[in-house]
Write a protein that binds this ligand. Structure first.
Ligand SMILES: [Zn+2]
Length: 270
């Protein structure tokens, strides 16, 4: 995702794009190295045709490396133009530390980092608070002792994305779900346990339509059963009203055509 206006983009947006470009470039650089080595092997094995066949791939990967460098240039320039901003990296191993720079002398060339781009431009105090005991003592020498004793709450952008997705799915599930107004499962005598709004609406129509059918056959004989079916329907109505912050009358009116349709289709001709 290219950034439209660099001067108004926030540090997180700029660094996230830089991170994406760096990753793509590293992949392409790796491909160039592998392919070049393979070409060399073919040449040594006197397979000039096969070696030549690798040229387009090497060319294309080199092109990608160049494009990533060119695209990153203005982003790095913007960082410099603003006089820089805070950045943080997490070392990717168990108990890995958070550093303000990958140049930290406690790290190595081979150290694998996740760039915490969501914290770019954030106050260093905030970063240290989140990092707790994983805050690097070289990078953040002034972190207070009580902060250093806390467990880390740092998440990588990937972890945060997964958490957000999970919350999104839970929200979608909650939107479809129905419970009794007190949050306990919605149970009806004749319609059983009802978990979704869809089945709540369908059961409501079924219950009332059937109650009407019984009333038509013999209202005196079925009086108690009819009352039970009506009570079940009312439980559903109360649950729907509570979920949507609407009145029972309002929902009864909305559902009336559904009850009528059900009656016409299933029970009116019995
Ligand atoms: Zn450090």
């Amino acid at each position: 995702m290219a950034i439209e206006d660099l001067t108004t983009a926030n540090p997180t947006e700029i660094d996230a794009e830089l991170d994406r470009l760096n990753t793509e470039r590293a992949k392409a650089e790796h491909a160039v190295r592998m392919l070049t080595k393979r070409r060399q092997d073919w040449l040594e094995a006197h397979a000039a045709d096969l070696a030549a066949g690798l040229e387009p791939q090497i060319e294309s990967a080199s092109q990608t490396v160049m494009e990533c460098k060119v695209a990153a240039g203005p982003l790095e320039d913007e960082f410099d133009r603003r006089g820089g901003w805070t950045r943080a990296w997490l070392v990717l191993n168990a108990g890995g530390h958070v550093h303000r720079t990958m140049e930290c002398r406690t790290c190595f060339d081979t150290t694998k980092f996740a760039w915490l781009t969501h914290l770019s431009g954030h106050d260093e105090t905030e970063i240290v608070e989140l990092a707790g005991k994983t805050a690097c003592t070289e990078c953040y020498p002034s972190a207070p002792v009580e902060v250093r004793n806390r467990p880390s709450q740092i998440k990588t952008p990937e972890q945060l994305a997964r958490i957000a997705e999970k919350a999104e799915r839970a929200k979608a599930r909650a939107a479809k779900a129905i419970t009794a107004p007190d949050g306990t499962p919605l149970r009806t005598r004749h319609g059983g346990a009802i978990a979704t709004e869809f089945s709540a609406r369908r059961s409501y129509a079924e219950l009332l339509s059937y109650a009407r059918h019984l009333a038509k056959r013999n209202v005196a004989y079925h009086r108690d059963t009819i009352a039970e079916y009506q009570e079940d329907a009312r439980l559903i109505l109360v649950a729907l009203a509570a979920k949507h912050g609407r009145t029972e009358d309002d929902l009864r009116e909305e559902l009336a055509p559904k009850v009528e349709a059900r009656w016409q289709r299933e029970h009116s001709k019995w």
